[in-house]
Ligand binder design. Sequence first.
Ligand SMILES: Cc1cc2nc3c(=O)[nH]c(=O)nc-3n(C[C@H](O)[C@H](O)[C@H](O)COP(=O)(O)O)c2cc1C
Length: 215
Amino acid sequence: MSDFKNKIKHLREDFNRYKIDFKNLPEHPLSLFDKWMEQALNENKEANAFVLSTVSNKNIPSSRVLLLRDFDKKGFTFFTNYNSIKSNDIENNNYVALNFYWPEFQRQVRIVGKAEKISNLDSDKYFSSRPRESQLGAWVSEQSTVIPLDTAFANKMENMESKFEGEKVERPLYWGGYRVTPISIEFWQGRPSRLHDRVRYTLDKRKWKSDRLSP
Ligand SMILES: Cc1cc2nc3c(=O)[nH]c(=O)nc-3n(C[C@H](O)[C@H](O)[C@H](O)COP(=O)(O)O)c2cc1C
C-alpha cells in the first residue's frame, strides 16, 4: 500500500474546540445557522459552499457543490441552470438535502427541505448583480450537456460579447434561483473521543422542535 493510503487510515483529529450549549438552544434553527455561518465566513471565504443532493427519476442520488447566495427564515437560496441535471432531478422530486462542512470549526450542518424556483424578478435582481463575464457565461453554457472535446469557449464568449455589445446582459430564462424551505436542520459539532454534539431541529405543526441526537 502506498504511504499516503496508509496515512489516511491513521489520520486522527481530535475535536475539542467548541460545543453545543444544549441548555440554551435558540428556538429557531436559523439563529444558530446564522451564527455558525458568520463564524465560518470569517475564517473561510468559501464557507457558503455546500453539497446539494438530489434524486433522479430512477431513484439514483447525485451530489454536487454549490454556493449559497442567500438565506433567511423562509429558506436557503442558490442559483443554477434550470436545464441542468440537478434541476431535472428537482422537477421530479423537490425534496433535497444540503450539507455544509466547516472544518475550521469542526462543524457540519445537514438540511433537508423542498426546493422551489424563486420569482423571475428575484432571479433577475441577482443575475444583474453578477460580473458581466459570469452573465455571458450563463448564456454560453448549456450546463451538464455533453459537448465536443474541442469546444472553444473563448470563441463562444467573444460571439456572445458582440451580441450584447453596449447592452445590458439579460438573464437567460433557463438560469435562476431555487429556495429550499427546510423541514429539518441538524447541527453537528465535533467533540473529543468521537462523542460529538448533535442537535436536530424538525418542523412539527409549523413550530420548530429540537432533539439531541446520539453521536
Ligand atoms: C466551489 C464550487 C461552487 C459551485 N457553485 C455552483 C453554483 O452556485 N451553481 C451551479 O450551478 N454550479 C456550481 N458549481 C458547479 C456544480 O458543482 C456542478 O458541477 C454543476 O452545477 C452541474 O451540476 P449538475 O450536473 O448536477 O446539475 C460549483 C462547483 C464548485 C466546486
